[in-house]
Design a protein around this ligand. Structure first.
Ligand code: FA5
Ligand code: MG
Length: 416
C-alpha cells in the first residue's frame, strides 16, 4: 500500500489515456465527458453518416489524382492517435507563442505539453518527414466552444497535403522556378504570396487547389452548387482561403486552405517542393447533405437514427427525424468569483460534464455589474432536450441542481 491515510485518493494527479500516463498540472482541463469520446471513431464506423462523407471525399481524391499506371497517389491516414504535443498542434505549424488558439479556454489540455488535437493539421509535419508527398488524414478533433445545434466539443476533420517539385509543376518550361532567386526566407511576403516563392509557382498551385476543391464541392453537393472564395489567415498557410457554399439561403464555411508556409517544409527536411493543404469539417458536410438538424445526433446509438444510413456511401439520404421531443428550459444566475479567472467555456464544460447530451444549448442571456459593489453576474439559459424521449421536469431538476452545486464548488461562483 503506497497511499498513506492522509493522502486523499480521490485527488488523482495523473491521467491514464490510450495506454499512456500524463501528469496533471495547472493546464489540465479535460473532463471525463470529453475523454469518453476517445476511440468512438465515428469517421470510420461502418454506415455512419460521417464515414460516408469521409469515404466520398477519399474516393474523389482517388479518382482525381492517379499516377502513370492509373493508381491513386494519395495515401490515407485515419487512425492517427488524437493525443498530440503542443509542438505538433502549434509550433510545427508556426503558430506564434501568444496566439489565442493556444489558450486553455479554447483547447482540451492533458497538461502543459499534451492536448487533444484541435485540428488534423497537427499531423502534417510528421507525415511529411516520413517521406509522403500526397496524403489525407482524418479523425476526431477537440475544441472548447459554445454549445448549440451546430457546435459540439468533438467533431471530425479531413485534411490533405500535396507537395510538388519544380519538374512536376513546370514539366514543359525549363526556365520557370518554384523559388525566388536570393531566397528571402526572412521576409514574410504579401497576402498574394510568400517572399520565397515565384508568382508563377504560387498561381499554378492556387489554380490546382481551387479547381480540386471547387470540384469537391460539386461532387458532394451537385453540379449546380454555388461557391465562393474568401481571403483569410492561418499561421501555416499563405495565401489562405476559405471555401463557402450557398446552401439553403446561407453561405456556409466548408473548409480552410492555402499554400503551405515554406518553413514547415524545410523544418521537415523538404527543400525542393511547394505544397498546398486544406482542412474540411465532416459534420458540416453531413448536416447539409442529409439534412441532419442537430450535431448531437452523430453520437446517437439509437437505431432510429443509424439505420437510416445503412446504405452505400453515394446513396441519396434525407434524414427523417424520429420525432422532435419537447425542450425544457431552466435558467441559472450567479455572481462571478472575485479575483479569479472565469470563462464561459468553463461553465459550458462543467454543465456538459454533468448533463451530457441532454443539454441542447446554453445561452448567456444576461450580464450585469452591480453599480455599488462592482460584482459581476451572469445568467445562462440551459435548454434541455433529449434526442430520443420526452424529459420530465423532475429529471431535469436533479441535473440542474447538480450543475448549480458544482459550479459553486468548482468555479467559485455564487448562485443568486
Ligand atoms: C482549421 O482547423 C485548419 N486546420 C484548416 C486548414 C488546414 C487550413 C490546412 C489550411 C491548411 P478551421 O478552424 O477553420 O481551420 O476549421 C476547418 C473546418 O472545420 C471549418 O471550415 C469547418 O468546416 C470545420 N469546423 C470548424 N469548427 C467547427 C465546429 N465547431 N463544429 C463543426 N465544424 C467545425
Ligand atoms: Mg474557420
Amino acid at each position: 500500500r503506497l497511499l498513506s491515510s492522509s493522502v486523499k485518493p480521490e485527488v488523482q494527479s495523473t491521467l491514464n489515456l490510450l495506454e499512456n500516463t500524463y501528469i496533471k498540472d495547472d493546464f489540465t482541463n479535460v473532463t471525463d465527458k470529453i475523454i469518453s469520446h476517445l476511440g468512438r471513431n465515428l469517421h470510420i464506423k461502418q454506415h455512419h453518416p460521417l464515414s460516408h462523407v469521409r469515404q466520398r471525399i477519399v474516393n474523389y481524391f482517388y479518382k482525381c489524382f492517379v499516377n502513370g499506371r492509373g493508381n491513386p497517389v494519395f495515401s490515407v491516414y485515419e487512425t492517427l492517435p488524437p493525443i498530440v504535443t503542443t509542438d505538433q498542434n502549434f509550433d510545427s505549424l508556426l503558430t506564434p507563442k501568444e496566439h489565442p488558439s493556444r489558450s486553455k479556454s479554447d483547447c482540451y489540455y492533458l497538461n502543459r505539453d499534451y492536448l487533444l488535437r484541435a485540428h488534423m493539421t497537427a499531423h502534417q509535419s510528421e507525415l511529411m518527414r516520413s517521406g509522403l508527398n500526397n496524403f489525407l488524414m482524418t479523425g476526431d478533433v477537440y475544441r472548447r466552444d459554445e454549445i448549440d445545434r451546430t457546435h459540439y466539443p468533438v467533431f471530425h476533420q479531413l485534411d490533405a497535403v500535396r507537395l510538388k517539385t519544380r519538374d512536376q509543376l513546370f514539366p514543359v518550361d525549363e526556365s520557370l522556378e518554384i523559388f525566388e532567386a536570393g531566397n528571402n526566407t526572412r521576409s514574410t511576403g504579401t497576402q498574394q504570396k510568400q517572399a520565397c516563392h515565384t508568382l508563377e509557382a504560387v498561381k499554378l498551385m492556387e489554380h490546382e487547389l481551387k479547381t480540386t476543391l471547387g470540384g469537391l464541392a460539386k461532387e458532394l453537393f451537385g453540379e449546380k452548387i454555388e461557391y465562393r472564395w474568401i481571403d483569410t489567415y492561418f499561421p501555416f498557410t499563405q495565401p489562405s482561403w476559405e471555401l463557402e457554399v450557398f446552401h439553403e439561403n446561407n453561405w456556409l464555411e466548408l473548409l480552410g486552405c492555402g499554400i503551405m508556409r515554406q518553413p514547415i517544409l524545410t523544418n521537415s527536411g523538404i527543400q525542393d517542393r511547394i505544397g498546398w493543404a486544406f482542412g474540411i469539417g465532416l459534420e458540416r458536410v453531413a448536416m447539409c447533405l442529409y439534412k441532419i438538424p442537430d450535431i448531437r445526433l452523430f453520437w446517437s446509438n439509437d437505431t432510429g437514427f443509424l439505420n437510416q444510413f445503412t446504405v452505400d456511401c453515394d446513396a441519396n439520404v434525407t434524414y427523417k427525424p424520429v420525432s422532435q421531443f419537447p425542450q425544457c428550459i431552466n435558467d441559472i444566475s450567479f455572481w462571478l468569483p472575485e479575483g479569479k479567472e472565469f470563462s464561459s467555456n468553463d461553465f459550458y464544460d462543467l454543465a456538459r460534464n454533468i448533463g451530457g447530451d441532454v443539454i441542447e444549448q446554453i445561452v448567456l442571456v444576461d450580464e450585469f455589474t452591480h453599480p455599488k459593489t462592482g460584482k459581476a453576474s451572469h445568467c445562462y439559459r440551459i435548454i434541455y432536450r433529449h434526442m430520443e424521449k420526452t424529459l420530465v421536469q423532475s429529471e431535469i431538476n436533479v441535473i440542474h441542481k447538480k450543475i448549480e452545486k458544482n459550479a459553486a464548488v468548482m468555479l467559485g461562483v455564487k448562485i443568486r
